[in-house]
Design a protein around this ligand. Structure first.
Ligand code: FAD
Length: 488
């Protein structure tokens, strides 16, 4: 049986392991941490449970597909429910807006609470769907680095409609043309943060994202986000995949431009195929030090990072839902601070995720588990201690004002994740959440390919390579690689 080694048990690593195992490979996954999931992990804090990283689950079909490939019914091992309320939005002037999954209901909210109307929202979502229809097959589901992607008729049809994907103006510009109310422009611009980009720089093609959330739906896995990791690891193990934890891969061994295996503490382990789920930057800098480095790709701007306060809160808030956003009063300044000044503004947009709204076991009775996050620059050596202390104060001030509480007194326990710890825990270069940013029209073409052009049988998956960051795309990277690897 041919052997495949996967470096890293992030989501794309696990998905690759499942796919290669089904293709007839003996698969071993080497993981530096003592747990699987990378960014998608969880932890306990007193009587509270927290999902550490991702909180929004879209495109569950890419998880289901892995069970189906293995001949299983996904419903038996991995359940999730569709959210009726996708997100609640709050502004300091007390405007609130609930994004219901039901578009007509959401449109009524827009009409009642903003100066925009139902038609504006529906036109915006229609455009989002059109961009998805034109781009998803070429840009998300296939390698952009293989000739046969471009010789297929569907690709040709997509390229004929290139003008419709809105690549030549920024999201912010496009969204001003969709909505007359600035609050709705802010709502629409927010989707740039779903891959760590800046809406004032990113092409309006990123307006594809609301289609994934609003038209396909947002979901909550039974048991919380970590259930995705847990159920996929179990599926992989059932297929015979072996996970080796607490092992840092030191080298990818290459001879005559063919991958031969890996090295762990000077010990050589042979493999016919190696797939790196480690951030592509560190894969080259640490595991492929002696190989030619793709300089242009490695120096692309990185996505933003996050500062998260995990708070056990001694109160329940009926006005909050699973996903809640408290908008900044100056969105442009917020992104300038992140991407230009490499700092955090004094009035950042605050995201509060409360999984105990759906999974009550995550917090004791009468309490809630608050995952409180702001978007921040990636780590370039800022004075994080000062930035964290100031931002904590600013977040509390904003939430106090919006919710009319004294939050400090309600925080029972706290832990913090910042760009430095994201980097050290998951080996993400600079702690960026989504690999490279999409702050220009060429970003999709400047992500690293899913295979090595110089080294045979070496592949790359995960948020730092094509098609990009986020759970659905990381899972798709595994699919693209599996389609390239020889069947046995
Ligand atoms: P990663 O999670 O990056 O894991 C890589 C793994 O490789 C790690 O476990 C690491 O330890 C291991 N590794 C690295 N180097 C080595 C080595 N040399 N030897 C052995 N092991 C090694 N996405 C969404 O879809 N929705 C969200 O709401 C969302 N929110 C997010 C919030 C936060 C705070 C973060 C951090 C991310 C968020 N994301 C979100 C992004 C999402 O988490 C990732 O895109 C996704 O988990 C894909 O991860 P990956 O496969 O690239 O692997």
């Amino acid at each position: 049986m041919p052997k495949a080694i996967i470096v890293g048990a992030g989501l794309a690593g696990i998905a690759s392991a499942i796919r290669l195992s089904i293709k007839g490979y003996e698969v071993a996954v080497y993981e530096a941490n003592d747990y699987a999931g990378g960014k998608l992990s969880d932890f306990k804090q007193g009587d509270f449970r927290f999902d550490a990283g991702p909180s929004l689950f879209t495109m569950p079909q890419y998880v289901d597909e892995l069970f189906e490939l293995a001949g299983k019914n996904p419903k038996d091992d991995f359940e999730y429910e569709k959210l009726d309320t996708i997100c609640k939005y709050f502004w300091d002037d007390k405007t609130t807006l609930t994004a219901f999954a039901d578009v007509d209901k959401f449109a009524t909210e827009v009409e009642e609470n903003t100066k925009s109307d139902a038609k504006e929202l529906k036109n915006f979502l229609k455009k989002s769907e059109t961009i998805y229809d034109i781009t998803h097959e070429v840009f998300l589901e296939k390698s952009l680095h293989l000739l046969n992607t471009y010789t297929n008729t569907n690709t040709a049809k997509s390229f004929l409609r290139f003008g419709e994907i809105d690549a030549f103006r920024t999201m912010a510009k496009a969204n001003q043309s969709f909505f007359k109310d600035d609050k709705m422009v802010q709502y629409a611009n927010r989707f740039a943060t779903y891959n760590g980009s800046n809406p004032y720089k990113a092409p309006a093609t990123l307006n594809i994202i609301p289609h994934l959330e609003q038209n396909f739906g947002a979901y909550f896995p039974k048991g919380g986000m970590y259930a995705i990791t847990k159920s996929l690891v179990k599926l992989a193990e059932d297929l015979g995949v072996v996970f080796k934890y607490n092992i840092i891969v030191d080298d990818i061994v290459v001879e005559d431009k063919i991958v031969k295996g890996i090295k762990v503490k000077q010990q050589f382990i042979a493999a016919d195929v190696v797939i790196s789920n480690m951030d592509v930057y560190f894969t080259y800098k640490k595991l492929l030090k002696d190989q030619k480095q793709p300089q242009q790709i490695l120096k692309q701007e990185r996505s933003s990072s996050a500062l998260i306060f995990y708070w056990g809160i001694k109160q329940e808030f009926k006005q909050l839902s699973l996903h809640n956003i408290f908008f900044s009063n100056n969105y442009k300044q917020e992104f300038e601070a992140i991407f230009k000044d490499e700092s955090i503004c004094n009035d950042p947009t605050v995201y509060v995720n409360i999984s105990s709204k759906y999974h009550i076991e995550d917090a004791p009775k009468g309490c809630e588990n608050w995952f409180t996050m702001v978007n921040v620059p990636n780590n370039t050596g800022q004075n994080w201690e000062t930035l964290i202390a100031e931002t904590r104060k600013n977040i509390i001030k904003k939430l106090n004002k919006n919710l009319e509480v004294d939050l400090e007194n309600l925080i029972e326990n706290e832990s913090i994740l910042d760009p430095r710890t994201i980097e050290s825990k998951t080996s993400s270069f600079r702690g960026s959440l989504y690999g490279t940013s999409s702050n220009n029209q060429f970003a999709a073409f400047l992500r690293h390919a899913n295979f090595s052009k110089q080294i045979k049988n070496l592949y790359f998956v995960g948020g730092s390579v094509h098609p990009g960051g986020g759970i659905p795309l990381a899972l798709l990277s595994a699919k693209i690689v599996a389609d390239m690897v020889k069947e046995h």
